[in-house]
Design a protein. Sequence first.
Length: 251
Amino acid sequence: MRNKIEIEDLKVHYGDIPALNGISLNVVENEILGIIGPAQSGKTTLLKVINRTLELTQGVTIEGSVRLDGIDVNSIGDVYGLRKRIGMVLPLPVGLPLSIYDNVAFAPRTSGLRNKAELDVIVERCLQQAALWDEVKDRLDSLGTKLSGGQQQRLTIARALSHQPEILCLDEFSIAVDPITTMRIEEVLKSLKNEMTILLVTNLVQQAKRLANRTAFMLNGDLVEIDDTEVIFSDNPTQQSTYDYINGNFG
């Protein structure tokens, strides 16, 4: 198995406040890596370092290395090209003030695609993958911002997929999505790992158990452990803090 991402001794500070304390881990190509842990553990910070959006935060300092396909992401001059390779879905939907169709077609058009038939295929495919197509196929010209919160989140997922990313980062994607739709999207994610590598930050430990090939537990900026998901969720944990968190005994 080939490593898609290699992180070594990664340290992040927001001013004087530490967020990541020298963590090291590898993400295998075409796996779903679940990342769990309580709030303020550094999970979102980790994702933002990988796609280099954290550097936009004032006062942040980053040390250590993050390599994508063996290349340090900080040495990649085309940062926008890097972010196209790494799709990001945030906890709450961020919709563009455009039609549903144009939300999904935005990235392909930005890359120079103008053929309407090709755009139609991309829009339908991505909306299907985000479990939204059946609900919006008859109103693609409607504003995306008029959709419900859960629908807007699925539109955000469709937009992230329109880049055809190599890596998809999901940061608590289901926080605004109902349980039935969440399960539909989870089925999509299981199939998507054949096409891309997925990092799944989730506060639903059972979601990590259902989806992740491996799971990492983070606490207070430290990587406590990372292992096959069945090991992390076993009755004989390596770390007591992981067991306590998973079983709701944390804190």
